[in-house]
Ligand binder design. Structure first.
Ligand code: PGA
Length: 261
């Protein structure tokens, strides 16, 4: 795992935006796995700026979001479809038909989940998966106890997650109790993974993800089994890491070797 510790949330957003922009420059038809929540918004803003300044085009990019609240129509203001359209897609030249998000108000949930997995496969799999992390260690909505071999399915949200996400709703009661989420196995099949975390609220989850054992109690710890995972954190989210000096040294060495070759 590559662990990158940066001074603040702005630097984390900048780093993530540069990684995504470079993936799209390298392969204009990249398949991106995208995340919602407060953390990736800065990266999306920065990418929109990069696009304006450098003519970076997303017209051949295909995206798959991780999750959607069960029961919310795509037009619901708190739906992840609305979130993505407003914060990212509508500011790019990406055709909306290239953007995929599970349908929260579908009639047949099992069919929706199976079809979502098929669409990812048909697109050739995910090149770069962007992830946030829950304070309970979830990735997507794979809550603690999720099978590390899971595929897209419905998960019940923990009360901690519902509380954390209630800021996007009028009241806690309005937060849906379950969601459709891409599974951990599906996430692990991505060619590369970029997980972002900022703030002290994420420090325990980050420590358990990077330095704890691989266990379903901390779903993000499954990323230890992925050879191309980069975890980018600000100082606050890194504050519980026991080996932070080592990670800083490793980044220093990495830059030094890059310069040399
Ligand atoms: P946040 O959510 O970015 O709003 O903290 C992260 C997550 O739940 O994955």
């Amino acid at each position: 795992m590559r662990v990158v510790i940066l001074p603040n949330a702005e630097a984390v957003a900048e780093f993530a935006a540069e990684e995504i922009a470079s993936a799209v420059r390298h392969n204009p038809a990249s398949v991106l796995g995208l995340a919602t929540g407060g953390t990736p918004v800065g990266a999306y803003r920065r990418l929109i700026e990069i696009r304006k300044q450098s003519e970076l085009s997303f017209k051949s990019v295909v995206t798959f979001n991780l999750d959607e609240y069960l029961g919310l129509a795509p037009t619901h203001p708190a739906s992840y479809r609305c979130f993505m359209n407003e914060n990212f897609f509508q500011h790019l030249d990406i055709p909306l038909a290239h953007t995929h998000i599970p349908l929260g108000d579908c009639d047949d949930i099992d069919a929706e989940c199976l079809a979502y997995e098929s669409k990812i496969r048909e697109a050739g799999g995910i090149d770069l998966q962007l992830l946030g992390i829950g304070t309970d260690g979830h990735i997507g909505f794979n809550e603690p106890g999720s099978s590390l071999a899971s595929r897209t399915r419905v998960k019940t949200l923990t009360s901690q997650t519902r509380r954390d996400n209630s800021r996007f709703f009028e009241s806690l009661d309005e937060v849906p109790t379950s969601a459709i989420t891409v599974g951990i196995k599906t996430i692990l099949e991505s060619r590369s993974i970029l997980l972002l975390a900022t703030g002290t609220g994420k420090a325990d989850a980050i420590r358990a993800t990077i330095e704890g054992p691989i266990c379903s109690d901390v779903p993000a710890s499954a990323l230890q089994m992925h050879a191309l995972t980069t975890i980018v954190v600000d100082e606050a989210a890194a504050s519980e890491l026991q080996r932070s000096d080592y990670y800083r040294q490793a980044e220093f060495e990495r830059r030094r070797l890059r310069k040399k070759h």
